[in-house]
Ligand binder design. Structure first.
Ligand SMILES: Cc1cc2nc3c(=O)[nH]c(=O)nc-3n(C[C@H](O)[C@H](O)[C@H](O)COP(=O)(O)O)c2cc1C
Ligand code: SF4
Length: 400
C-alpha cells in the first residue's frame, strides 16, 4: 500500500489518508457569506473523490476582512448551514476543517464597505489599495473575531480549525516585516510581529478546548526585498509549534511578490480584462502592462514541490505534523516527500480543481501526474467567477 494511504490521527481526528485539499477560495458564497447550493455540490464531489481532509476556502471572521463571494463565519447564524455541509462531507467519507481569515489590506473598499486596514499603512501594489493603520482597538476587536469564529467552527461540527497565516492576509501582514513596520509591541522583532497570532491562538484555544486541533498555514518566506526570509520562517514555525498549534502547513508568498504562492503563468490579459481596479486604468497603463507586465511583476516559474525543502527543515525542528503544499503533482514525488521525512501530509489545491477524483485514482494504482497545467486561470478568474478548471482556455468577457 502506498504510504499516502496510511491511516493517521491528529488528536481525535482520524484521517483515512495523507492527502489534504488545501484551502481554496471557491467564490461560492452569497452576499451574507452563506454557502450556496453550488458549494454543497462542489464539496460532495471533493469528498467522493477520496481526499482525507478538506480544508475550506478562506472564511472571513469579520466583514471588514472579506473579499468577493467569500464564505463568512462572523455570526452564530452561520452555524446551521455549516452543520449541513460538515454532515455531507462526513457522510461521503472525508474529514473537514475550516480555514478562518481576515484579508487585511488584500481586499478593496468595494468589498468591505470601509477602508481596508493593516498593521501599517503600506500601499498594496497588486490591488492598488492604501490601507489605514490598525489601532489597538482594531487589533483587540479582530483577535476576538478570530477566537469567536473558531468557537463557531467547533460548534458547526468541523473536525479542526485552521488560521490563515499565509499569503499576505492579515496574520501574514503582521508576520512579514515589509507589511508590518510598527514601532510598538505589535511590530519590530519577530517576537513582536508574532504577538497578533499568539493572542489569536491563546484566545482560540480557550474557546475550542485542549482536545480540538488548531492548525495554521504559514508563508515561511516570500520574494519581497524586505520580506520574510526562510531562516526567520523556520524560527517562526518552531515558536508556533511550541505555542501549541497541532499542525503547520508550509506555504510561501504574499499577494504582490510575483505570484510565488502559485508559480506558473500570470495571465496578464485576464487580469486587465477582469479585475475592477485594472479595468479602470487607461489605455497607456494597459499598453505598458501588456508589453512589460512580465518584466515588472516577474512571474516565478513553476517547479514541482517548491516548498518541500522548507517544509523538511521545519519538520526537523518541530514535533507537530507538517503539511507540505505547493506544486505537488506526481504521486511518486508525494510518496518520496513522506518517506524522506519532509512532511506528514500532502496538501493540494489546483490538482483538486483540475480533478477531484485524483486521490481515488492514486489509490487504484495510477502514477499519472495531476491534470493541472499551472495556467492559473482558476485563480485569476475568481474576481468574476466561481472556481473551476479552464485548462488554459480563456473565457469570453461576461461569460460565467
Ligand atoms: C483558485 C485558488 C484559490 C485559493 N484560495 C486559497 C485560500 O482560500 N486559502 C489559502 O490558504 N490558499 C488558497 N490558495 C492557495 C492554495 O491553497 C495553495 O497554497 C497553492 O495553490 C499551491 O498549491 P497547489 O500547487 O497544490 O495549487 C488558492 C489557490 C487557488 C488556485
Ligand atoms: S485552471 Fe485548471 S489547469 Fe489551470 S491552474 Fe487552475 S486547475 Fe490548473
Amino acid at each position: 500500500m502506498s504510504v499516502l494511504f496510511e491511516k493517521t490521527a491528529i488528536k481525535d481526528m482520524e484521517l483515512k489518508n495523507r492527502l489534504v485539499r488545501s484551502a481554496t477560495h471557491e467564490a461560492m458564497a452569497d452576499d451574507r457569506g452563506f454557502p450556496t447550493d453550488h458549494l454543497f455540490k462542489f464539496y460532495d464531489r471533493l469528498a467522493n473523490g477520496g481526499v482525507g481532509l478538506i480544508i475550506t476556502g478562506n472564511t472571513y471572521v469579520s466583514r471588514d476582512g472579506r473579499s468577493k463571494a467569500m464564505l463568512g463565519i462572523d455570526t452564530d447564524e452561520h452555524i446551521p448551514n455549516y452543520r449541513k455541509l460538515v454532515n455531507n462531507v462526513h457522510q461521503n467519507g472525508a474529514k473537514i476543517a475550516m480555514q478562518i481569515n481576515h484579508c487585511g489590506r488584500q481586499t478593496t473598499k468595494d468589498m468591505t464597505g470601509t477602508q481596508p486596514m493593516a498593521p501599517t499603512a503600506v500601499f498594496d501594489k497588486s490591488l492598488f489599495v492604501m490601507p489605514r493603520e490598525m489601532t489597538e482597538a482594531d487589533i483587540e476587536r479582530t483577535v476576538d473575531a478570530f477566537a469567536q469564529s473558531a468557537r463557531r467552527v467547533r460548534e458547526s461540527g468541523f473536525d479542526a480549525v485552521q488560521l490563515h497565516g499565509a499569503h499576505g492576509y492579515l496574520i501574514s501582514q503582521f508576520l512579514c516585516p515589509h507589511t508590518n513596520r510598527r514601532k510598538d509591541r505589535w511590530g519590530g522583532a519577530l517576537e513582536n510581529r508574532m504577538r497578533f497570532v499568539t493572542e489569536i491562538y491563546k484566545r482560540t484555544r480557550k474557546n475550542v478546548g485542549d482536545d480540538y486541533p488548531i492548525f495554521i498555514k504559514i508563508s515561511a518566506y516570500d520574494h519581497i526585498k524586505n520580506g520574510l526570509k526562510p531562516e526567520e520562517g523556520v524560527v517562526m514555525a518552531s515558536k508556533m509549534a511550541h505555542l501549541g498549534f497541532d499542525g503547520i502547513e508550509v506555504s510561501c508568498g504574499i499577494g504582490e511578490d510575483g505570484g510565488s504562492t502559485l508559480r506558473g503563468e500570470i495571465p496578464f490579459d485576464v487580469i486587465l480584462d477582469e479585475w475592477d481596479m485594472y479595468k479602470e486604468k487607461g489605455f497607456i497603463f494597459r499598453f505598458i502592462m501588456t508589453k512589460f507586465g512580465k518584466k515588472l511583476l516577474k512571474p516565478i516559474p513553476f517547479t514541482q514541490g517548491y516548498n518541500r525543502e522548507t517544509a523538511k527543515i521545519i519538520r526537523k525542528k518541530v514535533n507537530v505534523p507538517i503539511f507540505a503544499v505547493g506544486g505537488m503533482v506526481a504521486p511518486t514525488f508525494m510518496e518520496e516527500t513522506i518517506h524522506s521525512g519532509a512532511a506528514d501530509y500532502i496538501s493540494l489545491s489546483r490538482a483538486f480543481i483540475a480533478d477531484p477524483k485524483f486521490p481515488n485514482k492514486i489509490k487504484e494504482g495510477s502514477r499519472e501526474l495531476s491534470r493541472c497545467i499551472h495556467c492559473n486561470l482558476c485563480f485569476f478568474y475568481l474576481s468574476t467567477r466561481s472556481v473551476r478548471c479552464y485548462q488554459g482556455k480563456r473565457m469570453k468577457s461576461n461569460q460565467s
